[in-house]
Write a protein that binds this ligand. Structure first.
Ligand SMILES: [Zn+2]
Length: 268
């Protein structure tokens, strides 16, 4: 056996992954590469600790098929900590995998988009918008109502593949189905952590005991923008924001929908 260079004396524990001093191992533990602390764990705890250890050291790029398969299996692990960590690692390795899988399934049936805040007008200025767009896939109708005028609702019918193209753009390019996650719009949803930076304290205080009753309290005033979507697979999305400014992709959607109602420039 060759001596390891520049390594402290001791042993590597294959469970916790730590390099520990000799006295942290029992006689049997030396050979098995399991430290005293880890040897007291149950078999399931040992397995989970090894998984966590492996996940923490996972390479973040170019996974072999074997590693990818292992990671996918661990996302369904019965130990929640392992499953959650595996999912985080997977999403870090394949940031677009989940989105792309969803895109394939989602087709918008109807959409309503309200904007009641300042937006970039496409020509370098900010202006106050106060309007609602609706899209109806089946009737191929796009409407706009500008609440600042008495004009009522304007309508355009999108011919040919134009409607499909618009809806595809909204799902595939603007990724509307991810907006609540991307813009942290639904703090009461359970299946993801919208506060990776520990902002939850603020919200937990805010919601307080209200969590037991449905946390329906909304901030004062009316939303600055709101999106309601119904997809052909019957899932629905209803998000609103009370932030003053419209984020990039909602703004892009606003401008592209507005485009349909701009008078065409006559070519001279
Ligand atoms: Zn150990």
């Amino acid at each position: 056996m060759s001596k390891k260079k520049k390594r402290p004396h001791g042993h590597y524990c294959k469970i916790c992954g730590e390099h520990k001093a000799n006295e942290k191992f029992s006689g049997k533990g030396h050979a098995a590469h399991i430290c005293k602390a880890c040897s007291r764990l149950s078999a399931a705890e040992k397995a989970a600790a090894m998984d966590m250890n492996r996940l923490m050291g996972f390479p973040m790029r170019r996974l072999s098929e074997g590693k990818k398969k292992w990671l996918k299996a661990k996302m369904k692990d019965e130990c929640p900590e392992v499953a959650d960590t595996a999912r985080e690692v997977f999403n870090a390795c394949f940031p677009h995998a989940e989105r792309n899988a969803m895109k394939k399934q989602l087709v918008i049936n109807t959409l309503s988009f309200e904007v009641h805040t300042e937006v970039y007008d496409g020509y370098g200025d900010m202006e106050k918008a106060d309007c609602r767009f609706t899209i109806d896939r089946k009737n191929r109708v796009l409407t706009m109502r500008d609440f600042r005028t008495e004009d009522g609702e304007q309508c355009v019918t999108l011919e040919g593949g134009q409607m499909a193209k618009l809806l595809r753009y909204i799902v595939h390019t603007l990724e509307i189905f991810m907006w609540e996650r991307d813009y942290c719009l639904n703090p009461d949803e359970e299946d993801y952590d919208p506060f990776p930076d520990g902002e939850e304290d603020f919200f937990m205080e805010d919601l307080g005991d209200g969590l037991e009753i449905q946390p329906q309290q909304e901030p004062e005033g009316s939303p600055s923008w709101r999106v309601q979507v119904e997809y052909t697979n019957h899932t629905e999305q209803d998000i609103c924001s009370y932030e003053d400014c419209l984020p990039d992709r909602p703004e892009e959607m606003y401008l592209s929908l507005l485009d349909y109602f701009e008078p065409e420039d006559e070519e001279l």
